[in-house]
Ligand binder design. Structure first.
Ligand SMILES: O=C([O-])CC(=O)C(=O)O
Ligand SMILES: [Mg+2]
Length: 254
């Protein structure tokens, strides 16, 4: 492992994503990713109910760094505990690697915040690619101003320790009913968030981008009045047409 890669790894998990794959995933939809993963047999990789915090936020792409909460208990959780430097919630903000996505298992809890705008600002400064929770964030207008791509169920403004206790970093979690292993790669757009098992990311990115490029051809044909039958989904014949279109330099008009 190179020094750079080692710097990007924690607990033996690699959080780097090669630039070529990242650029491909920035160009594809979560639905394209879901289709490709369905072809590999995966049916539970989209996080239902999670919405972008800001409709104009940029595409979310990055390997998962995980934080897991359990329900708070009055004899253990307090605002005093929250302020401690060994609080795993705050450590996650300081340790989520640059380029990674902080993925929070909040057990669906909306009674406490998974993150606020000070934390989001710190993630932005540290080069983190985004944050996802199956609960909600507080200070959401201010988080939107930071530009950090974020996904949540809905706003959860109450103080975290009222309902949530951070229990583990960088372990497998469930988020919105989807398994997330540290280093799995998330892709989020307006539809929601898809999770790509780490070992498949290169081939999924390639196949999803190929689907997007075929759809550019199909969209052009549909705009010209053509039926989707025989065009979308692709047929062997329409693929020949697509290949000819690509060979011709992808012209906008016939
Ligand atoms: O104190 C918190 O729970 C988090 C918060 O509001 C912030 O990061 O702005
Ligand atoms: Mg705040």
């Amino acid at each position: 492992m190179s020094a750079k890669t080692a710097a990007e790894s924690r607990d033996g998990v690699c959080f780097s994503l090669d630039a070529e794959t990242r650029v491909k995933l920035e160009r594809v939809g979560s639905a394209n990713v879901a289709n490709v993963l369905l072809g590999h047999g995966f049916r539970n990789i989209m996080m239902p109910g999670l919405k972008p915090l800001n409709g104009s936020q940029r595409q979310l792409v990055g390997p998962a760094y995980t934080l897991r909460f359990i329900p708070a208990r009055e004899d253990i959780d307090s605002m005093g505990d929250y302020s401690r430097d060994d609080n795993l919630h705050r450590i996650a903000i300081e340790q989520c690697p640059s380029g990674a996505v902080l993925v929070v298992d909040a057990f669906g809890c909306l009674g406490g915040a998974s993150m606020g705008d000070m934390m989001a600002a710190r993630l932005v400064h540290r080069g983190v690619a985004g944050a996802v929770t199956d609960g909600g964030f507080r200070d959401i207008d201010a988080i939107a101003q930071t530009g950090l791509p974020c996904y949540q169920r809905e706003a959860a403004p109450a103080a975290t320790p009222i309902r949530m206790h951070p229990i583990a970093l960088n372990e497998p979690i469930g988020c919105a009913g989807v398994a997330v292993y540290p280093g799995d790669v998330l892709v989020g757009d307006g539809d929601g968030v898809a999770v790509i098992p780490r070992e498949l990311v290169t081939e999924v990115a390639e196949a999803a981008l190929a689907a997007v490029e075929y759809e550019q051809f199909a969209a052009r044909e549909i705009a010209r009045g053509r039926s989707i039958l025989g065009l979308f989904p692709a047929t062997p014949e329409s693929r020949v047409e697509y290949d000819e279109w690509v060979a011709a330099g992808r012209p906008e008009q016939h």
